[in-house]
Write a protein that binds this ligand. Structure first.
Ligand SMILES: Cc1cc2nc3c(=O)[nH]c(=O)nc-3n(C[C@H](O)[C@H](O)[C@H](O)COP(=O)(O)OP(=O)(O)OC[C@H]3O[C@@H](n4cnc5c(N)ncnc54)[C@H](O)[C@@H]3O)c2cc1C
Length: 290
């Protein structure tokens, strides 16, 4: 199918993009990499009167690691996944990016688009939640900083961004010294959206876990896993704590049924994937997904 008719603008600066958003409001859609929006237009699941193509706004594409990590919204997923600065600051991010679709999709898709689209099966919203990331949103009225939880929690293909706001930057605080990560997902074929997945970041003092942050995807919405995190903090790394966290993760996870699997199956997956991710994080097992 072809998209419904729309007007098209291609601003070259953030200011021009914000003026267009202020002018067209809820009738407009920002076009980033187009990897989700263009199929939605073609299926007529989205019918914006106006497309604001921000691919010409070069100032939205950058990676800066100076204390916290700052990534411009239009930075392509391939650039994020291949950045030494990102891998050095938060290696869980490239581990997750490698599982997003196929290379052609990552070459066009952007980190801002992935966050703003907020597909419940997308990797990055859950990973960024676990990393306590924030985003910057700008409009002609000014700028605000929104925590990932406040941006996407309980939302499905939607965020708390206003109609006239442009997501401009993702900010990720520096990791605690010595923190380690695990990232596991299960998809039927490589490149498919995952049925379920989990990112785990833990910090230990000796063998005692002092901090644990887990983000899960593949349920009704991306979410942190607070029961699993509580089971880990203060516990010794090892099978007992990880089994308790796996059970907690399954209890926290907003599992859903569809043609690919039942809610029960997805809850089981989250339990198993959480244990594996924690084993990876604690160095008790090798990396890899599945
Ligand atoms: C075959 C296929 C497989 C895929 N597999 C995966 C996968 O496994 N995991 C995964 O996470 N994703 C997957 N994707 C989606 C892909 O990662 C998309 O790139 C991403 O979801 C959207 O990024 P985009 O830059 O293409 O955004 P677009 O498609 O351009 O936009 C998506 C939405 O976000 C809004 N938006 C974009 N940028 C901004 C901004 N700066 N400010 C405000 N709103 C904005 C748009 O208006 C639109 O509503 C897949 C896509 C395809 C086609």
């Amino acid at each position: 199918m072809k998209p419904a008719v729309f007007d098209y603008s291609a601003p070259e600066s953030i200011g021009e993009a914000l003026d267009l958003l202020a002018e067209h409001g809820s009738g407009a859609k920002v076009l980033a990499g187009g990897q989700s929006l263009v199929p939605m237009l073609n299926f007529r699941l989205a019918r914006p009167a106006h497309l604001i193509d921000v691919n010409g706004v070069g100032s939205l594409s950058y990676i800066s690691a100076n204390g916290s990590l700052r990534i411009g919204a239009m930075t392509r997923l391939t650039a994020v996944g291949e950045s030494g600065a990102v891998a050095g600051a938060h290696p869980v991010i490239p581990a997750a990016v490698a599982e997003i679709g196929h290379r052609a999709i990552r070459n066009r898709g952007t980190i801002g688009g992935s966050v703003a689209h907020n597909d419940p099966a997308a990797e990055l919203p859950a990973v960024l939640m676990a990393l306590d990331a924030e985003v910057t949103a700008r409009s002609t009225d000014g700028e605000r900083v929104i925590g990932m939880q406040d941006l996407i929690e309980d939302r499905l293909f939607d965020t708390t961004l206003g109609d006239t706001e442009l997501l401009t930057e993702i900010r990720i605080p520096a990791a605690a010294a010595g923190s380690t990560f695990g990232f596991r997902e299960f998809a039927r074929r490589h490149g498919d959206f995952a049925l379920a997945g989990v990112a785990a970041v833990i910090t230990t003092d000796g063998s005692t876990i002092t901090h644990a942050a887990l983000g899960a995807f593949g349920g009704t919405h991306a979410t942190r896993l607070p029961t699993a995190e509580a089971a880990l903090v203060g516990a010794e790394t090892g099978d007992a704590a990880f089994a308790a966290a796996g059970a907690g993760a399954a209890a926290d996870f907003p599992a859903t049924s569809d043609v690919h699997g039942t809610a029960e199956y997805r809850s089981h997956l989250i339990n198993v994937l959480t244990v594996r991710a924690l084993n990876d994080a604690s160095g008790q097992a090798g990396g890899g997904n599945g």
